[in-house]
Design a protein around this ligand. Structure first.
Ligand SMILES: C[S@@+](CC[C@H](N)C(=O)[O-])C[C@H]1O[C@@H](n2cnc3c(N)ncnc32)[C@H](O)[C@@H]1O
Length: 315
């Protein structure tokens, strides 16, 4: 869940004369200074999103599926509409990043897209459009009755300085609500709904997973999702997570004994620990891990400041 997601900057579109008066007030009174600082941060974040949009439309994401820039632009417009019309825990930047990653999966890779933690289905609607275009099923997984009880656990964002507690039932979107929202903003025909708390429901997923997205807020829910999904995730498959700011969640990805014992796999780590991927100047909620297979040097870059002793051995 993106706790830093701001409303669009209210200062946009104001005439210069009004801005000048506001600026003078801003330099005089601390309360205005705070408002200014917040709005400037929002404007900064907006320009980063504009770059992401530009990149999404003009780089050949989805070329292997025959996607054109016009189609990518239409996707962006649909994502924007979903975020504007459906209560969303994820901003446009997250929808764009997830979409571009799914579009880059080669068509030869067999597997579904899985989303765990959907709330009202805003992101599901966007992802369903990408799945429709890439001929993949989207597994939409949630209790559809909000978060489970998390006890009295305090959640702390070391980087954001945000803290607080979740409540049982928070972020409830009923199955009917989510279906309706996807029908309006996405492609309902590619969705399979998996209802229930993850520890009881995710075993229903028994086909390969090409891409997964977790936005489940809790450490316990993260472990339940990983237990069920990791064995199904294809080699080189990506698993994105929207809880990068919560180090208790992130720590799960580094918990070597748990990975060895539960999944018989080395702990994969997490890119974006604590402050998310660099999609904004301050913070983003999203990070990822990858299920790597045996090391294949052709998939990596060499750099002048590192050494490659195996090459000397061969010659
Ligand atoms: C922050 S919301 C998801 C927001 C959504 N991704 C979006 O873009 O709007 C978290 C969701 O995770 C679900 N959730 C968390 N833990 C769960 C569990 N153990 N079983 C089932 N659902 C769970 C909640 O029901 C809630 O819908």
């Amino acid at each position: 869940m993106d706790t830093q997601h701001q409303l669009p900057a209210a200062l946009f579109g104001l005439p210069k004369a009004v801005l000048r008066v506001l600026y003078r007030l801003g330099t005089k009174y601390p309360v205005f200074q705070a408002i200014f600082a917040r709005e400037l941060r929002a404007i900064g974040a907006t320009s980063w999103t504009a770059q992401l949009i530009d990149d999404f439309i003009h780089r050949p994401y989805g070329e292997a599926y025959g996607l054109t820039p016009k189609e990518r632009q239409t996707l962006v417009e649909s994502f924007q509409r979903n975020i504007a019309t459906i209560q969303s825990g994820t901003p446009l930047s997250v929808h764009l990043v997830l979409a571009r990653e799914i579009l880059q999966i080669p068509p030869t890779v067999v597997g579904d897209v899985v989303e765990c933690g959907v709330w009202k289905g805003a992101c599901s609607a966007s992802l369903s459009l990408v799945c429709q275009r890439t001929e993949r099923r989207l597994k939409v997984c949630d209790s559809f009755q909000g978060l489970p009880d998390d006890g009295t656990k305090r959640h702390v964002g070391l980087h954001t300085r945000v803290y607080g507690h979740y409540q049982a039932g928070q972020f409830t979107g009923t199955l009917d609500e989510v279906r309706e929202n996807i029908a309006r903003g996405g492609a309902l025909s590619v969705c399979d709904f998996i209802q229930g708390f993850f520890e009881d429901s995710l075993h229903q997923i028994d086909s390969p997973v090409a891409f997964a997205f977790l936005d489940v807020d809790l450490e316990s829910s993260t472990r339940d999702c990983l237990k069920a999904l990791w064995p199904r995730l294809v080699t080189d498959g990506l698993l994105y997570c929207d809880d990068a700011g919560d180090l208790d969640v992130v720590r799960v990805y580094f918990d070597e004994p748990w990975w060895q014992e539960t999944l018989h796999f080395p702990a994969p780590g997490f890119v974006g620990s604590g402050c998310g991927l660099p999609l904004s100047p301050t913070y983003t909620s999203i990070g990822y891990t990858r299920k790597t297979g045996a090391f294949d040097p052709s998939q990596w870059r060499k750099v002048p400041f590192l050494h490659y002793p195996e090459e000397n051995e061969r010659t």
